[in-house]
Write a protein that binds this ligand. Structure first.
Ligand SMILES: C[S@@+](CC[C@H](N)C(=O)[O-])C[C@H]1O[C@@H](n2cnc3c(N)ncnc32)[C@H](O)[C@@H]1O
Length: 223
């Protein structure tokens, strides 16, 4: 199976359904501009349905402090900002070019976002040593690294916190039998499966996996 990754289309929700839903959901002009830039430059960003769900969760939870790993060009960061302008957002990416583009959009949107050029896991290690806590942690980085994020995310979440991982269904590949998965995606797919199995087993946490966008895993302490 070959998927058109650069077009940033979902294989879970059929493209026409994704577009139909999106036609009812408005987005700020600067987000539309970012989506157009992402399509032109072939940069992956949140699919529209995932962006709407993220927006809804942020609106309802109004997190005081947010940590995002995987800024990209800033689409998801600004989605969080517009849903809760009072939230203090720190976003981390290891790609300087993308982070620079994101920063220029944050400036234009007057969004006071703290950007950090770093490896996400490294940043989290330092944040733990500094005693930081976050009410929302949004992870949208390298899928094969997700198993290594779990403990750090849990240690950094506040009691009322919520963690969201994007792309956990990897275009539906996680649901396929081993022989149906193209060789080049086998490793990432298996790591994602391991991640999902570990995530749901954590005591005192509730986890839901939703087939929205490219798959959201939503993980939070039981209260
Ligand atoms: C899918 S893009 C993020 C898209 C963005 N969240 C959005 O929806 O607009 C993934 C980003 O994760 C970054 N990334 C990958 N591995 C990383 C790591 N270990 N630490 C920090 N950033 C990482 C990449 O540079 C890339 O910009």
């Amino acid at each position: 199976m070959e998927f058109k990754r650069w077009r940033n289309l979902s294989e879970i929700l059929p493209q026409d359904v994704e577009e139909f839903c999106n036609s009812f959901n408005s987005e700020e002009p600067i987000l539309r501009e970012l989506r157009e830039l992402a399509t032109r430059e072939k940069v992956p960003i949140l699919l529209p349905s995932a962006a709407q769900l993220l927006r809804l969760i942020v609106k309802l939870r109004k997190p005081r402090k947010v940590l995002e790993v995987g800024t990209g060009i800033g689409y998801s960061t600004l989605t969080i900002h517009f849903a809760s302008p009072e939230s203090s957002i720190t976003t981390v990416d290891s790609n300087p070019k993308r982070l620079k583009t994101a920063e220029s959009f944050f400036q234009r949107a007057n969004a006071p976002v703290e950007t950090v050029l770093a490896d996400g896991l490294e940043f989290m290690r330092e944040a733990l040593s500094a005693g930081e806590e976050y009410d929302l942690i949004f992870i949208d980085s390298t899928k094969g690294e997700y198993p290594f994020y779990i403990y750090k995310v849990e240690a950094l979440l506040s009691d009322r916190g919520i963690a969201i991982f994007d792309n956990v269904l990897f275009r539906g590949l996680v649901a396929k039998d081993e022989e149906e998965i193209p060789d080049k995606y086998k490793r990432s797919t298996n790591l994602l499966k391991l991640f999902l199995n570990q995530l749901v087993k954590f005591p005192n946490y509730s986890t839901i996996i939703l087939p929205i966008g490219d798959g959201f895993a939503i993980h939070q302490p039981l209260r």
